[in-house]
Design a protein around this ligand. Structure first.
Ligand code: HEM
Ligand SMILES: [Cu+2]
Length: 609
């Protein structure tokens, strides 16, 4: 039996290596070219990963800066900052952000961070970097489509940025772009050309996501090296796979929703508008429903939060196991719970619509399905904690951020149970409680996962290390800061403080929060400074960081650490290694770790691993 297996594997290796080498050589011919084809229109998945990462970092700085600006308004509602006018011009007349600018900043902040940073930046970077490296492939199934995926994202970025410079300003209907604000050009300043640019940019963004996602799926299904069965894949790969499936099935629905919105805006249709009166005059729109838009939006919108969080879950699972020197606990349960999350993600969108007049009986189903997500989530948390339990922990920056991820995922997840109950959500809807909940669970924890990934795989990407001291300051400031910012917002929300209000202080009942809001805004500025420090560390270390001198600096079992320190195009100079075992053989049979490429010993074969 084992003889047969070896025979088979040898044949397959030869076949595969041969086929791959051809592809490899072909690329090189187009590729040896100059700077442009090597770094700009590169087809190499590792370079494309860096393009996504660096574009994501630029967007993150802009998106975070916007929150600093509108936090100034929320923290100091009566103050004026003359320097604001010199940066923002007529958006901050007299040194105070105008209401229009406030809504535009909030909208751009949400759009940028959700889509451009945590979807494109996070998923785009690590799916691209790790899928070929960890499944043992020379590149993506279609490197050209992969390259186009980045450039569609880049175009989307250019269009979104350009909307910041049109005279009426960018979109200001919120990141969800609900009609009628988004459908009627006259609704507000931000409903004019800024809204069109927003929709065009987002359409390009969806194209980018589909090109990327289809590629990730086909690479994972078809390009695994010999021996890399689905159940020998690292959990990162499983998480990227599920993420791509979610995106490919839900982004088209969003795109269709946006196209109908463009028709309503410019084609004289009325998909989303009906029975509207402006200044006593009835508009001509008939028969449409703004609720239809909400269904289409949240059919993506809810899966979107898992598109953001799943890759972080995968990377954190990996980093926790590596730095605990222990096998991941409950591998199949981890895969199974991700699968359950994917299924449930499609079945709960209407929990965002409890206050739209949804039939309470129907609402009850969405409550039930929503609360069911707590089960796979709890399984994952249990398994992460069990993995580090009595481990031989190494507190690398990647490990710290992974632990931070688990912490914020628990904190934010618990409040989701509140909001999942329609009876409670009806009270908390559109208050700061919601802001606090989703920032902790999807904003902060997804960022922690991203940082964990960057610190862990930076040596693979750039052949150098990030500075550890700066990393530790970055971690502690961000962890403590995030809780100081978002924890108090729960209380404000329970007390009824509404979100998206420009000047809460004109309500007597919310004035009690003036000091708290000021405190939050000051912490935001400190946390923002810590992120700039990280950005400095990142770019400085690319050129000046301590050099990596061993191919496997974290003593890891997975395939990416079998490539040279700076892998070239094609990843492995010789044949692609064959895989014999799952990726979590840590502290096994007296060995600290056994790489996936080491054949099973006769004893292990008997165990049937
Ligand atoms: C220190 C970092 C951050 C701070 C201080 C912050 C602050 C805020 C605040 C106060 C609001 C509500 C404004 C209002 O409703 O008037 C808001 C909205 C929002 N933020 Fe953040 N945020 C941060 C990071 C993030 C991250 C990482 C994400 C990514 C998930 C994110 C996504 C959003 C979204 C989706 C909205 C809603 C936008 C809308 O209502 O259209 N934020 N942010
Ligand atoms: Cu949801």
């Amino acid at each position: 039996m084992s003889n047969e297996a070896t025979l088979h594997s040898q044949e397959a290796i030869h076949g595969a290596a041969h086929a791959h080498d051809h592809g490899h050589d072909d690329h090189h011919e187009h590729h040896e070219g100059g700077f442009i084809s090597k770094y700009v229109f590169s087809l190499d998945h590792k370079t494309i990963a860096k393009q996504f990462l660096i574009t994501g970092i630029i967007w993150a700085i802009i998106g975070a800066l916007f929150s600093v600006l509108f936090r100034l308004q929320l923290g100091f509602p009566d103050a004026t900052f003359p320097w604001l006018e010199s940066i923002l011009g007529h958006w901050a007349k007299g040194g105070r952000i105008t209401p229009e600018a406030y809504y535009a900043l909030v909208t751009m902040h949400g759009t940028i961070l959700v889509f451009f940073v945590l979807t494109a930046g996070l998923s785009g970077t690590f799916s691209n970097l790790l899928i070929p490296l960890q499944v043992g492939a020379r590149d993506m199934a279609s490197p050209l489509m992969n390259c186009m995926s980045y450039w569609a994202f880049f175009l989307a970025s250019i269009v979104m940025m350009s909307s910041l410079f049109v005279q009426t300003g960018p979109a200001s209907g919120g990141w969800t772009a609900y009609p009628p604000l988004s459908a009627l050009g006259d609704a507000s300043i931000g409903s004019k050309i800024g809204m069109d640019l927003w929709l065009i940019s987002m359409a390009l963004f969806v194209v980018s996501q589909l090109l990327g996602g289809l590629n990730y799926i086909s690479t994972i299904l078809n390009m695994r090296t010999k021996g890399m069965t689905m159940t020998k894949m690292p959990l990162t790969i499983w998480s990227f796979f599920f993420t791509a499936v979610l995106g490919v099935l839900s982004f088209p629905v969003l795109l269709s929703g946006f196209i109908l919105l463009l028709f309503d805006r410019h084609g004289g249709t009325s998909f989303y508008l009906s029975d509207l009166f402006v200044a006593g005059k009835a508009l001509s729109n008939e028969g449409g429903s703004a609720i239809l838009y909400q269904h289409l939006f949240w059919f993506l919108g809810h899966p979107e939060v898992y598109i953001i969080i799943l890759p972080a879950m995968g990377m954190v699972s990996e980093i926790l196991a590596v730095n605990s020197r222990k096998p991941i606990f409950g591998y199949l349960a981890m895969v199974g719970s991700m699968f359950a999350i994917v299924i449930l993600a499609f079945l709960v969108w209407a929990h965002h619509m409890f206050v739209t007049g949804l039939n309470p009986f129907l609402g009850a189903f969405f409550v039930l399905l929503t609360l069911l997500i707590a089960v796979p989530s709890a399984i994952k948390v249990f398994n992460w904690l069990t993995t580090i339990w009595r481990g031989n922990l190494r507190f690398t920056p990647g490990m710290l951020f992974s632990i931070g991820f688990v912490s914020t995922f628990i904190s934010g997840g618990l409040t989701g149970i509140w909001l999942g109950n329609s009876s409670i959500d009806i009270h908390l809807h559109d208050t700061y409680f919601v802001i606090a909940h989703f920032h902790i669970v999807m904003g902060v924890s997804a960022f922690f996962g991203t940082f964990a990934g960057v610190y862990h795989w930076f040596p693979k990407m750039f052949g150098r290390y990030l500075n550890n001291t700066l990393a530790y300051i970055h971690f502690w400031t961000t962890l403590i800061g995030a809780y100081l910012i978002f924890w108090p917002m729960h209380y404000e929300g329970i007390a009824g403080m509404p979100r998206r209000y420009y000047d809460y202080a004109s309500w007597e009942s919310f004035k009690q929060f003036s000091d708290l809001n000021q405190f939050i805004s000051i912490v935001v500025i400190i946390v923002f400074a810590a992120q700039l420090m990280f950005v400095f560390n990142f770019f400085y270390s690319i050129f000046k960081g301590r050099k990596v001198t061993t191919t496997n600096p974290w003593s890891s079992t997975t395939l990416e650490w079998t490539t040279p320190i700076n892998p070239g195009h094609g990843n492995w100079p010789g044949e692609i290694p064959e895989v014999y075992r799952w990726p979590y053989d840590y502290s096994k049979n007296g060995k600290d770790f056994v790489p996936q490429t080491v054949p099973l010993s006769p004893d292990e074969e008997k165990e049937g691993h």
